[in-house]
Design a protein around this ligand. Structure first.
Ligand code: UT7
Length: 394
């Protein structure tokens, strides 16, 4: 049996900050309304040059530095995202190229705000079977690109960013201990982001009147999502704790999806544990969907909230509807050691990786140019000759 330990972590949020007051210049809202209803004070908004893949790359490169794992040692990259720039190539393959992780397989995973929890589970399973050793799991989102900036119910909630962890197989007990994933597609209409068949999907959806049929933007029934979240968060935590043969009191820290501080208050009350056990950074970054848990995890580590051997729960919930929890027994890494490794983060390695990717692109172009595909006329003539030969034999 292989255990899956989290040995590296990194986050990246764009520099540009948008405060609630700035939001109030766009839509009819106030800082007070947003803060009292959600706990959000500001969010980060990506620049024009950013893509989901560039945010994901920045977080992954930092996580690899902390893990002291080189890109060539990575076997698998999973990017949880709902805002992939392309259906294909996947964000994960773009990140694979930026990192120069030439031995890694790569794919995107779609489970909305629960995506990171799903992806950690998939990485855990792959490591446990022994098929891979080092996996980079990333949550990355560019929510600002899929917002209806006239819908004050949704655009105030979301922000951009990315977070990543490096998971490694080991025979030392610990790491991921238990996980529980769920989905209920009957609730697909309460939180949606139309994709390829955008008009069709939007017309089918009761959110049609909310977000309009012509736009690929997030549509949401806020109250329904709120009620769903306040019910599944405590249930899911109880479930994963029971799977690990522990009690809720044994949990040292919960890193929840950062959607709304009122959801976390309600969950803490239902579980009978202090609210401080729920880490929250929603006031700084807003809801970054699949990126929210790994970003919060990194901040919690920076603040010294996680110690070796702590039992930490990741709990996600969101579109699909999807929800799930993962319980991790934290490993040990001294903070001093971490700072040293972060300094070792070598930018030049990634500049060279991009150079190599460009060379391979040119190589493919040249090889296609000098190797024309077989002439179809010649193939037809060959086929006729074969027929004649056959007739002769008959
Ligand atoms: O990752 C999961 C993503 N989604 C979520 O987590 C969303 C979960 N839901 C929520 O967080 C809350 O439902 C919201 C924050 C979206 C809304 O809070 P609420 O307490 O459920 O408000 P509401 O929708 O019941 O609206 C109350 C009032 C309405 O006005 P009237 O009809 O009472 O006059 C809204 O029009 O607040 C109004 N309102 C706003 N007012 C100022 C809605 N959005 C805003 C706004 N600023 N941004």
């Amino acid at each position: 049996m292989k255990y899956a330990h989290i040995i590296g972590w990194g986050r990246y949020v764009p520099n540009r900050v948008m405060t609630n007051d700035q939001m109030a210049e766009l839509v009819d809202t106030t800082d007070e309304w947003i803060f009292t209803r959600t706990g959000i004070r500001q969010r980060h908004i990506a620049g024009e040059q950013d893509t989901t893949a560039t945010l994901a790359f920045e977080a992954a490169a930092r996580a690899l530095a902390v893990a002291n794992v080189s890109p060539s040692q990575v076997d698998l990259i999973i990017v949880a995202t709902s805002t992939a720039e392309y259906a294909f190539p996947s964000t994960a393959t773009q990140v694979q190229s930026y990192l120069g992780a030439s031995n890694a397989a790569a794919f995107d995973l779609s489970a909305a705000c629960t995506g990171f929890v799903y992806a950690v589970n998939m990485a855990w399973q792959a490591i446990a079977t022994g098929s891979v050793k080092n996996v980079v799991v990333i949550g990355a989102e560019m929510m600002s690109r899929v917002m209806d900036w006239e819908d004050r119910q949704t655009c105030i909630l979301f922000g951009d960013g990315a977070g990543a962890v490096v998971m490694q197989g080991s025979s030392v007990p610990g790491g991921v201990i238990a996980s529980a994933l769920h989905a209920d597609g009957s609730g697909g209409n309460v939180l949606s982001l139309p994709n390829v068949y955008k008009n069709h999907a939007a017309i089918m959806s009761p959110t049609y009147e909310l977000n309009g049929a012509d736009k690929n933007v997030v549509g949401m029934h806020g109250r329904q999502v709120f009620r769903f979240a306040t019910s599944v968060v405590p249930d899911s935590i109880r479930e994963v704790v029971a799977k690990a043969n522990l009690t809720v009191k044994d949990v040292d820290l919960v890193i929840p999806h950062q959607a709304n501080s009122r959801i976390l208050e309600s969950a803490a009350k239902k579980l009978g544990i202090p609210e401080e056990k729920f880490y929250s950074n929603v006031h700084r970054v807003g809801n970054t969907s699949a990126a929210s848990i790994p970003i919060a995890l990194c901040e919690a580590i920076d603040e010294g909230r996680i110690k070796p051997n702590d039992k930490v729960i990741f709990i996600g919930f969101g579109g699909g509807l999807t929800w799930g929890s993962t319980l991790v027994r934290w490993g040990s890494k001294a903070p001093d050691e971490l700072k040293l490794l972060e300094r070792e983060w070598k930018r030049t390695r990634y500049v060279m990786a991009r150079g190599r990717a460009k060379l391979r692109q040119w190589g493919r172009q040249l090889s296609a140019y000098f190797t024309p595909s077989p002439n179809p006329d010649a193939r037809l003539k060959d086929a006729e000759k074969d027929k004649d030969k056959k007739k002769g034999v008959d």
